[in-house]
Design a protein around this ligand. Structure first.
Ligand code: FAD
Length: 416
């Protein structure tokens, strides 16, 4: 390999982190091939892994900054145009007389805010941007099955929808470097562990999550709206809504179609009880998340709980994140975290910006790239571990700390 050779980069996973990494690599003139297990999200029939439909995420300055340096003039504007500003939290509760209350808690005294974004729309924008670049190929329905980081070879199983019941074909691909952006259950990480002396820790917390939807208010719809509702939204569109429970929590994030994507977080035992006794679901909501059931629509709350998958939450720490000049893991593949800090994707996008900052400081040769990946690893692993811990710490903040004084007083009283 000489200095002149264009770097051939395989990116495994076309989620938000893989797609952004592909943009950054392509803008540096690399030959980029993106391999994605699933189909093209721009086809209506494809849903993101683990979700029945797309979910809304909070895009923060950390993520926006990574888009800002992508080298694309139009990307940031295209992404931001499809977001809704959330200026703070809205805490939903009930006063001592049983009246519903809403308390707004701004994120920042200077008015800084987060943006609600549909994960699938973000991904579609990235893919459309990639399509404009001649040095990027995106291959859907390709699953990484193996990688040799010394021989510079990777293997993919190709199962196109048109293949029907045929056995999937396998292809072998050469590379200079692989970016593993294939999520929490990363196959790149699994294969890299056979080469790098990687320490690895994974933890499942005793909380499951499940998606709900608060529909837009329409003339045909009769949900009762809250005082802060407007523009077809059942409640304020400019807040991240939290119904704090004791051990559980319900949150709602606005969507551009005036609905809200919501998530119930609760202990696995609570999920098990509600699965066994579906008629308890609505009373459970009435008792723990006052007002939420009315917004969801009491008629559909049980159906939504029953139909949506009940999913675990995993937290992953590992080190190192790379192997010599040939492999690196980014995003959830390197540091999946519980979602309570709203920073998983944002941190993954930031990985890409920080990685290319290091790559730009070194020669585009194997030894230059090895030095860049070493430097990235030295900076980034500690940051990844820190944000992972903060995310876990914020679970308490969101389901209890937001009402801290009364909560702590109640807890103290119970202890006596
Ligand atoms: P993923 O999004 O998991 O993408 C990985 C891609 O790799 C997928 O497309 C998958 O199909 C593909 N893939 C997997 N295996 C293979 C293989 N063997 N071969 C080829 N392709 C493969 N983050 C935030 O920043 N803000 C939030 O508000 C927020 N809220 C969240 C709420 C919930 C309930 C959850 C669960 C997560 C939340 N997150 C949030 C975290 C965020 O969803 C993830 O951090 C983000 O999706 C990670 O992006 P990624 O590209 O690293 O991985």
């Amino acid at each position: 390999m000489t200095d002149e050779k264009r770097v051939k980069c395989l990116i495994v996973g076309a989620g938000p982190v893989g797609a952004l990494a592909a943009l950054y690599a392509a803008k540096r003139g690399w030959d980029v091939e993106v391999y994605e297990l699933r189909g093209d999200l721009r086809n209506a029939s494809t849903t993101p892994l683990n979700f029945t439909r797309s979910i809304n995420l909070a895009l923060s300055e950390r993520g926006i900054n990574a888009l800002r340096y992508s080298g694309s003039d139009s990307l940031l504007d295209a992404v931001v145009a499809d977001t809704i500003p959330m200026y703070g939290r809205m805490i939903h509760s009930q006063d001592s007389r049983g009246a519903l209350t809403e308390t707004a808690q701004p994120y920042d005294v200077h008015g800084q805010f987060q943006r609600a974004i549909d994960r699938a729309n973000l991904n579609k924008t990235f893919l459309s941007e990639l399509e404009k670049l001649p040095n990027v190929k995106v291959l859907f329905h390709h699953k990484l099955t193996g990688a040799d980081f010394r021989l510079h070879k990777a293997w993919f199983e190709r199962r196109l929808p048109s293949d029907g019941d045929k056995r999937p074909g396998e292809i072998e691909v050469d590379f200079d470097v692989i970016f593993g952006c294939d999520g929490a259950h990363s196959s790149v990480r699994y294969h890299m562990m056979k080469y790098a002396r990687m320490n690895y820790e994974q933890t499942y917390i005793d909380t499951l999550w499940c998606e709900f939807n608060i529909p837009a208010v329409s003339s045909t719809h009769t949900i009762s709206t809250t005082p802060s509702a407007r523009d077809g939204f059942a409640t304020s569109p400019n807040h991240l809504h939290i119904w704090p429970g004791r051990d559980s929590m319900f949150i709602a994030i606005p969507s551009t179609d005036s609905s809200f994507t919501c998530t119930l977080f609760a202990p696995a035992a609570t999920f098990a009880k509600l699965e066994q006794r579906p008629h308890d679901i609505e009373p459970f909501f009435q008792a723990h998340f006052p007002g939420a059931a009315d917004l969801i629509g009491p008629g559909s709350i049980t159906e939504q709980f029953t139909k949506a998958p009940h999913l675990p939450l995993i937290s992953i720490k590992c080190s190192p994140h790379h192997y010599t000049s040939t492999g690196i893991i980014l995003g959830d593949a390197a540091h999946a975290m519980v979602p309570f800090y709203g920073q998983g994707m944002n941190a993954g996008l930031e990985d890409v910006r920080v990685l290319f900052q290091h790559l730009d400081r070194h020669a585009s040769t194997p030894s230059g790239r090895a030095a860049a990946l070493d430097a990235y690893n030295a900076e980034r692993v500690a940051d990844a571990h820190a944000i992972n811990d903060l995310a876990y710490g914020n679970y308490w903040e969101m389901h209890a700390g937001v009402q801290s004084t009364p909560y702590l007083v109640r807890k103290k009283l119970e202890e006596f």
